[in-house]
Design a protein around this ligand. Sequence first.
Ligand SMILES: NC(=O)c1ccc[n+]([C@@H]2O[C@H](COP(=O)([O-])OP(=O)(O)OC[C@H]3O[C@@H](n4cnc5c(N)ncnc54)[C@H](OP(=O)(O)O)[C@@H]3O)[C@@H](O)[C@H]2O)c1
Length: 330
Amino acid sequence: MSNASLPTTQHAVLIREFGEPEVMHYEDGVAVPELADKQVLVKIAYTSVNPVDYKTRQGKGWGAEAIQDNKFSKNEPAILGFDMAGEVVASNDDAYQVGDKVAALSFSGSCYAEYAAVDGHLLAKVPESVSLKQAGALPCIGQTALQFVEFADIKAGEHVVINAPAGGVGHLLIQLLAEKIINDDIKVTVICSPEKYKKLGELIDTSTLNEWIDYTKDGAFPELQADVLLDLVGGDAGVRALDTLKSGARVYVLPTIWVDKLKEAGAQKDLQVAGYKAERNGEDMARVLQMVADGTLTLKIQQVYPLSEAVAAHHEIQKGDAFGKIVLQA
Ligand SMILES: NC(=O)c1ccc[n+]([C@@H]2O[C@H](COP(=O)([O-])OP(=O)(O)OC[C@H]3O[C@@H](n4cnc5c(N)ncnc54)[C@H](OP(=O)(O)O)[C@@H]3O)[C@@H](O)[C@H]2O)c1
């Protein structure tokens, strides 16, 4: 695949230690990755910032463990970032040609950069009507929302409670649930701040919701006898939400570090608590891109930062009050 016109070095955001956002440094002279068999080299137009990025940067979870084992233990810097959209500039996968516009949730990080080498099976082509900015915002939240609602296997007539319905994952998930209100006659209750409840009106018809719980008010949550909790927050917020559930209800948790805490807190009610970890694949990438293309899903981008301002973008996402996505332009 060698292409003499490609640069050998690039700009990227490097970390050499875990810590505060300031451990990230935008640098030049970083090697453009070599392509393995079945990989595609993408000139990244946009990547985005997910909570897993800042947790990894802080040294937490599986992402940090991988960096410790594969990079820091060899005295090498690491590049964060799992989302990317851009243009193919070299390809070892027959399914992709130079010039194709593609997006992927990458397995190996490395997306806070101008170029990334991605396994071809993780990629999907970006439809004409979807911009690369939208495509770069979508991989993690889109694949997670799609898979999480399928994993929850919500049956007709069931009552679902969801917290953080306006964040990155939540603002897509709530649209998938709103469709189920119409098609499967499910009931949906949302837990969010007044500001986010107002914004939900840009995504769904909020009059179809069963109830809105304003978590910023003191006091116990209503005992709704709901069947399912989709917990996108965890911690004390997740525990508080358990009041809304009936005995034996199902609790599905996205920030999986909180599964044990919720199991313990839900033991008296015999709640079935499980975490879910998104699986990256090109098929789901394609499905969710198509849903944006045909208007089934509305994607909200809260803010775009240049890649060189990744530090500011991390400060922003760590506030935990996003409406939609924070995107980095490479
Ligand atoms: N397991 C996986 O594969 C997987 C995949 C993707 C994401 N995740 C995890 O899922 C979580 C959500 O991800 P995300 O991208 O949607 O995050 P995000 O965009 O940062 O979520 C922000 C939202 O959280 C809401 N929020 C904060 N505190 C809340 C509380 N106490 N109660 C209710 N809502 C609250 C905020 O709304 P208000 O303004 O109303 O507070 C805001 O809209 C993160 O922990 C992430 O790491 C896991």
